[in-house]
Design a binder for this molecule. Sequence first.
Ligand SMILES: Cc1ncc(COP(=O)(O)O)c(C=O)c1O
Length: 329
Amino acid sequence: MQDGFAMTHVFHRDLTAALPVITGAEGNYLIDSNGTRYLDACGGAAVSCLGHDHAKVREAIKVQVDKLAFAHTGSFTNQPAEDLADFLIAAAPTGTGEGRVMYLGSGSEAMEAALKLARQYHLERGETARAKVIARKPSYHGNTLGALATGGHAGRRAPFDPLLMDVSHIDAAYAYRLQHSGESEEDFALRMANLLQAEIERLGPETVMAFVAEPVVGASLGTQPAPKGYFRRIREICDTYGVLYIADEVMCGMGRTGTSAGTGRYRCRYHDDGQGAWCGLSADCRRDGRRKGGQCHRRWQRQALERPHLHEPRHRHRRRTGRTACDPG
Ligand SMILES: Cc1ncc(COP(=O)(O)O)c(C=O)c1O
């Protein structure tokens, strides 16, 4: 420790803390260099939901590392990526099953991709004025600039406010604070969902690109599910105005609520003809603790087949669709 700073060159969250060095893990436990065991009760905010040091996951990674580290996604595919995409599409909520999967390295990247794909979707349909995003407060959608702007988390936004794009925030359906006494759950759900309609009307329906919400609010409201009927009404409003619904399931998807998607568990099914993106993460499969982002943009494939002039997604990263990440999935 020197001048209140810990002796390290790593840019830790806390610059003064001398952190224990983790040297191993077993199931729910992390083990430090002194042999102290820590019960990892939250899995690093729902990251390591398969537990640590999972033998099957470790083995799958080893097999792929022995074959190949990287092949450029512009020219090649690989079987683990194809297999995992088939699995994720089969597990997608009702009405999202005809999509494709984009693999990304974090929830923030998945959100950036969803926003840009939504913009491209409207552009290619000729609805070029659609660029505005409506989200909710409180909410959290990540820390990159687009995701941070979309989130309604005042404290995290504050230092960067001048850098953030303009996003409308309607109140999240937070019963503890906002439900009136004597108001039924259904009436509360309807009143809160109708805030979206009012905001679309205020902005001008032809300018609104997407509505973003967490089916179960994670970091900013501590696992808050939606009241009964809320997302059904949201779906109706989005369909009426041609607005895409982006379900951010980074925190609640992939089995965390008991089904593959939080969307399905909490009464917010898509209609078969609805449009939107399911933005979730698979259960953590990588020993290095990084998450895989899965972003299924439904209807993209069908649109591309029907309208051959449609372009491929313009949101690109070099290091994605890696077989060492996909095979353990
Ligand atoms: C709902 C939600 N979306 C997006 C993110 C951002 O994910 P990441 O930290 O992997 O960028 C988080 C992170 O906690 C989240 O809870």
